[in-house]
Design a binder for this molecule. Sequence first.
Ligand code: TRP
Length: 447
Amino acid sequence: MSAPRGQWNSKIGFIMAAAGSAIGLGNIWRFPYVVGENGGGAFVFFYIIFVILIGLPYMFAELSLGRATQKNPVGAINKIRPKSFWRLAGFLGVITGVGILSFYAVIAGWTVAYIYKMFTGNVGDFSAFVADPGGEVFLFVLFVLITTLIVQKGVSEGIEKWSKILMPIFFILLLSLVVYSLTLDGASKGLEFYLKPDFSKITGRTLLAALGQAFFSLSLGMGTMITYGSYLSKNDNLITSSVSVAIFDTLIALFAGLIIFPALFAMGKDPAAGPALVFVILPEMFLEMPGGLIVGSLFFVLLSVAALTSTISLLEVPVSYMIDDHKVDRKKIVWGVAGFTLLLGIPSALSQGANDFFTNFGLIPASYTGPDFLSQMSFLFGDIALAVGAISLSIFVGWVWGVDRASDEIEQGAPFFRKTRWLWSFIIRYVIPVVILLVLLNTVHIF
Ligand code: TRP
């Protein structure tokens, strides 16, 4: 991918890179705590519905737009409607990439620290750890630097090869942890909370959270898949690739829940602990488990790698935009975008107790999200911006570029799509924009 317009080495290379982007902290860290905050089973139910009915068909739209135009989000739109205001939808994606990266890398920094903590068995108190300003900033900067160095080199060589080996190991480790967690005393209470839907707990905020989580977890709504699709060849089958990515991604999130909730209820803790959840429950589980320190540090190594393949995809969107449209040198622009991310991310790094102002930032009211700067960024970029981006991009593909051209593109490499084009066209033109809009309006209390 370091060439101006590279291509994936193989079909599996694309699936691994797209899955690498999708699978990350969103599955292991964000999913369980959002489930916990939103009351459990009913949220999980809507999450799965949204992945299948909205996320997947929408993923075809981003990938086809990218492959057809061979461009980044802004360039893709500009190629179809030159100099139109639709380009704003692309810009929103570019900005959202930096916005998400700025807080995501803070959490990713924590996972790196926990490799060491688990290895030494000296875990300490989570809230004291995140309230230490020097440590927080150091870990955050470190993670942004690693991401930058890899994106600077182009990702196909290093990361594509690594993730092919490491992701399957991660999958197997998670599966074994599921088995372990299910044998803990009191596991069944956790399973009940996690899997038995109580629909009386569903509110507008819950639905947005489920939709936002579906988009966040699949890396949708900001043009990541436009960018990754632009490196695809015409022979690739967009549909089977998307379906494999979505299945992997959803399974890993569901596994994370199957590990966390039984363990959490076995320990008698509160599921609504927020972003701290995974970092409190899992280390405690590892400490009590035979051989847990080794397993625990291996777990955090693999989680750090999963986070890295995601931060790479976040940085790649603004970088590919600058390269395509401003003809700047990859090696230079990467550092520019990284510098901006660092500035934007320091407040998040300091918002977990290190600095009062950022910890109690509270610009967005408490009925939506926590007052700390990190939660506010996560709500603004991880929920709202992705939803707005997805509405704009689905309208653009469905109505402006047009479902016929998009369907022709999808059909290349996936001939069986011919029979279902009408259904997809209906979903992309009507269902997706309307459902997302309703959920969004409902959240900001317009209904
Ligand atoms: N999907 C990743 C995760 O679950 C995070 C991510 C990477 C992302 N690229 C994205 C989220 C683009 C939204 C949009 O960890």
